[in-house]
Design a binder for this molecule. Sequence first.
Ligand SMILES: [Mg+2]
Ligand SMILES: [Zn+2]
Length: 200
Amino acid sequence: MTIIEPVKPLKASAAFLDRDGVINKEVNYCHKISEFELVEGIVDVLLSLQKKFTHLIVVTNQAGIGRGYYSEQQFQTLTQWMTAHLRSLGITVTHVYFCPHHLSGIPPFNIECECRKPKPGMIMSALEKYNIDPAASVLIGDKVSDLQAAMAANLSQAWLVGTGHPVGQADIEVSDHYFPTMSDLEHFLNEGYVSEIQGR
Ligand SMILES: [Mg+2]
Ligand SMILES: [Zn+2]
């Protein structure tokens, strides 16, 4: 009798994305649809990422909730609008993780949490929930704290974009790649990235 070993399912991959300064233009404490404007070129980048990775997952610090500037409900309303808008453009976001905490916020949000980037808690939750291989996954952020979260979660690459917060040379040196614009990233995804990963 032949015993057929169950095939271990292949692990998934993910592109993790910061939100503010990556998906939408950086506005201090963006929480309204009227303040939400897509970064130029992000739609093409998301469409390309979605061809290369199993999941698109957003990981966003939302200290404005903890500080009482806007409510979790307002954040969720904007999130639902954002994901529906992206879906109408052919882009599926698997999950939006957010951290509402800040030490100088108001109770119950003023805690030392494990999810606020540069800590990797949001990424770690996604790796487990969706059976994602960190070595097959990347993160795109506009701040060093995004990159540090990716590194702490052992993602294969942490990419910095110049579409949000001002970027300096010291920030660039922390990243695996720096893309001043989304069209630079788009070019890299279509020309360079596949051979780079296959060479690992
Ligand atoms: Mg950001
Ligand atoms: Zn948190």
